[in-house]
Write a protein that binds this ligand. Structure first.
Ligand code: ZN
Ligand code: ZN
Length: 413
């Protein structure tokens, strides 16, 4: 990075999913970040201002969706009502505020409506054609949109008057029994429950004779003849980043749920060849995509999932190895961007000892022209706590970056 004098700084937010951790005995009592040899992470600490961050609030273990809402300047307690709407955004559905959204599985039932397989034999092909056959249905004046996600996953969107998300799942989360009735959990949800029930019945009628399913059956595969639904939520009204902060923005994200949050906030989702959202993702390709997205955007989010996966696996050494790969990615970014305010952080900690997200604050470093460089010289959970940013909340990060980039408006006269 060079420090050309240009007051129109761009913004880059790098999120290493689940990066934060706790001391690990296997690593001699160090955290994976302390243990790993990571000169580029450390470069950000040495050349920036550091701190620690409670993405949502102190002691609250964040989900990746709520964490990203906060990091993108929104209060998740105000706008979050479940992951369904964001999953639907992520798979490319045009969700509108007030829509009721459920996540779904393509499943297999037999003639007695007993669930044989909740994932239709882990179906991978032909789901687009199957989903399209359900997309035209309108029930009780409510529009129904249905779209396939990855593998056996899908999403259902209901749009119309008098809808409520207070309905129970039809997915019993096991096979060998019948799908559940779409039960209303409040009187206000009776109409919605009746619509979901009707959708389930009609979709079975359509899917049992669907050509894709006939083809599957003739080759010995389980048909995708039923849609199991769960997790109803209402799509919130969200203010786009352009409206809220006046920035044109893009996201380089492999994970569907996080991509959905970005799209819901009006960010352009950039597709990258080799970005899988998994441990095998092509980090260098993602970094290059972020560098090129900075050319015509004010703000770019670069999200890499891999560390979180090894946190959930409880695999400290793999997490250390992944930090090494991230360090190489940071080296590429360091060498190829200029006039940019860069924040390097995580959406939450996924400690290998916990195997899940925890409420520990995450490390943060911000570099950019004019920054008040503090005395922190290594990037880890303990060192960054000594930095000049102190301890902040996730929703304050973007305003801080915008201020560093001189893009903030004065409050008062
Ligand atoms: Zn996460
Ligand atoms: Zn996770």
């Amino acid at each position: 990075m060079d420090d050309d004098t240009d007051c129109n700084l761009k913004l880059l937010l790098i999120i290493c999913d689940g990066l934060g951790d706790r001391p690990v005995s296997e690593l001699g009592g160090k955290t994976p970040l302390q243990y790993a040899d990571c000169e580029n992470f450390d470069w950000f600490a040495k050349n920036g201002i550091c701190g620690i961050m409670d993405t949502i609030a102190p002691g609250v273990p964040p989900g990746s969706d709520t964490a990203h809402l906060a990091l993108l300047g929104h209060d998740p307690y105000e706008v979050y009502s479940g992951r369904g709407p964001f999953e639907a955004f992520g798979i490319g559905m045009d969700v509108k505020a007030g829509d009721v959204v459920m996540r779904g599985n393509f499943a297999t039932v037999d003639d007695d409506m007993t669930i044989i397989d909740r994932r239709a034999g882990r179906i991978k092909e032909g789901t687009k054609e199957i989903a399209e056959s359900l997309n035209w249905i309108e029930i009780k004046g409510v529009e129904i949109f249905f779209k396939e996600g990855t593998e056996h996953r899908a999403a259902l969107v209901l749009r119309g008057e008098g809808l409520s998300p207070e309905i129970d799942n039809t997915d019993p989360h096991r096979s060998g029994c019948c799908p559940l009735k779409a039960k209303p959990l409040s009187p206000a949800a009776e109409k919605t429950a009746a619509i979901v029930e009707e959708f389930s019945r009609k979709s079975y009628e359509i899917l049992k004779d669907h050509p894709q399913n006939k083809r599957r059956e003739s080759s010995g595969k389980l048909p995708a003849n039923y849609i199991l639904l769960r997790g109803a939520g209402v799509a919130p009204h969200l203010t786009s980043l352009e409206e809220k902060f006046g920035v044109k923005s893009a996201a380089v994200v492999g994970v569907m749920l996080v991509k959905g949050v970005c799209k819901a906030l009006g960010m352009e989702a950039i597709e990258v060849q080799g970005a899988t959202g998994g441990v095998d993702t092509d980090m260098m390709a993602k970094a290059k995509a972020a560098i090129s997205a900075l050319k015509n955007n004010d703000f770019v989010l670069l999200h890499v999932k891999a560390c979180d996966i090894y946190g959930h696996d409880g695999d400290a050494l793999k997490k250390v190895e992944t930090i090494g790969r991230l360090d190489d990615m940071l080296g590429l970014l360091r060498d190829n961007i200029s006039n940019t305010c860069v924040a390097l952080t995580a959406d939450h900690a996924t400690p290998v000892s916990v195997r899940n997200h925890s409420g520990d604050p995450v490390p943060l470093a911000i570099v950019g022209q004019g920054i008040r460089i503090d005395s922190v010289s290594s990037y880890d959970e303990i060192s960054t706590a000594q930095g000049g940013l102190g301890r902040i909340r996730g929703k304050d990060l973007l305003p801080i970056m915008l201020d560093i980039a001189n893009k903030s408006e004065m409050y008062g006269a």
